[in-house]
Design a protein around this ligand. Structure first.
Ligand code: PMP
Length: 410
């Protein structure tokens, strides 16, 4: 498999204007990509172009700008469908992001398949946005949330997962790549087990789409949620992919313009999918930007990105392992570019603050995955999360920064 060479990475970095700056007198080392990733010039330009030349409301206008705007928005849907391995662009519903996509499934689909006494199975490593919407659904329906535990490396315990699946399990909701640990879950296998038990599957792809080639058909899941801003696209736009027949059968979520065909005071007839789920004026510029992101990523190639990030992860793991005071949290066999760790004797917040003085951006805290922190008996970790534009030299700078942290607290 080909990977990006370091010289390719140096070239690609030039596409990201934000990376070329100093922070606190040091070259910026951006290692907070799991929180949000940076945007290439092509995406920034696509959004600017939209507002400078094409901006109009979509779908209903006959004038030229309305048509261009609609083409930009619907073109992005087609691109994203292809990028995720979907054959039918009607299966892409634009949302604000992963959180909204999961809430849409929980609110609109959830009550159609479960009731009191039924169960929703999630893993112990879920982000809060793949826990709380299900808790709200449980409150509405009397269903029960069940947790599948993970082991101390941060991998789903497959035996326990099998055990907790039963005829009562109606929905299985799992993260593809853990934001707090980096674990890449064996989604195909987990989905097959869930389907055998008769459950529907919802996959949180927030951390996957920027790092792995996604093929929803191969994964076999029923729903896949993702966020544009984690994959070098704009904030405020993301998508839910769902099987067309499920979207057809589901009631709408929000009501308003665009999601209807006809409205009278006696009742309304709903629009076709996916428009049935896109009430109101959507984030048109965001979708256009996301379409440009897909073009950009496809030019590089997700396999090459994944291979380079794997090399970076190995290098970063090695750098951290040379510092005895550091304990890595999340050591799964299959991992994406997340290095979550504790620095002995130093609070994560202090680690992050001192690294920032060195121009190094990392995230500290519970990473919206408090059950993961509880599992490891910690309140917070420091997390360095990678993107393809990171370099081995930046990980060396992280190592040097951490040595400074230890000096300060010696
Ligand atoms: N799931 C995971 C695994 C995440 O990392 C995040 C973002 N941190 C989300 C869901 C929520 O994504 P968003 O805030 O873009 O809706």
């Amino acid at each position: 498999m080909t990977r990006l060479a370091p010289s390719d990475v140096m070239q690609l970095r030039k596409d990201f204007p934000i990376l070329d700056q100093e922070v606190n007198g040091h070259p910026l080392v951006y290692l907070d990509n799991a929180a949000t990733s940076q945007k290439p010039r092509a995406v920034i330009d696509a959004i600017t172009h939209h507002y400078e030349r094409d901006n109009a409301n979509i779908h209903r206008g006959v004038h030229t700008l309305a048509q261009r705007s609609t083409q930009g928005y619907e073109g992005a849907r087609t691109k994203l469908a292809r990028f995720l391995g979907a054959t039918d662009s009607r299966e892409i519903v634009f949302t604000r992001g992963t959180t909204e996509a999961i809430n849409l499934v929980a609110s609109a689909f959830g009550p159609t398949v479960l009731g009191a006494g039924d169960e929703i199975l999630v893993s112990e490593m879920e982000h809060h946005s793949n826990i709380v919407p299900w808790q709200l659904l449980c409150e509405r329906t009397g269903a029960k949330l069940v947790m599948a535990p993970m082991d101390d490396r941060g991998q789903i315990d497959m035996a326990a997962f099998r055990e907790r699946l039963s005829a009562r399990t109606k929905i299985v909701a799992l993260v593809h790549v853990s934001n707090a640990l980096g674990t890449i879950n064996p989604i195909e296998e987990l989905v097959e087990l869930a389907h055998t038990a008769g459950a529907h599957t919802v996959i949180d792809g927030a951390q996957a789409a920027a790092h792995l080639a996604i093929d929803v058909a191969a994964l076999g899941c029923d729903f896949y949620a993702t966020s544009g801003h984690k994959m070098f696209g704009p904030t405020g736009i993301g998508a839910l992919w769902a099987r067309a027949e499920l979207l057809e059968a589901m009631p709408p979520w929000q009501g308003g313009g665009e999601m209807i065909l006809t409205v009278t005071f006696e009742g309304s007839e709903y629009n076709e999918i996916p428009h049935k789920f896109e009430a109101g004026t959507p984030n048109v510029a965001g979708a256009v930007g996301l379409g440009a992101t897909v073009d950009y990523l496809e030019t590089i190639g997700m396999e090459r990105i994944a291979a380079w990030e794997h090399e970076l992860l190995e290098h970063g793991t090695e750098v951290l392992s040379t510092i005895p005071e550091i304990r890595l949290i999340g050591t799964a066999e299959k991992k994406a570019g997340v290095l979550s760790f504790l620095v002995e004797g130093v609070h994560a917040h202090d680690v992050g603050t001192i690294l920032d003085l060195e121009g190094i951006a990392v995230r500290t805290g519970h990473h919206c995955a408090q059950p993961v922190m509880d599992h490891f008996g910690v309140a917070a970790t420091t997390r360095a999360s990678l993107a393809f534009y990171n370099t081995k030299e930046e990980l060396d700078a992280l190592g040097a920064g951490l040595r400074k942290v230890l000096e300060v607290f010696a």
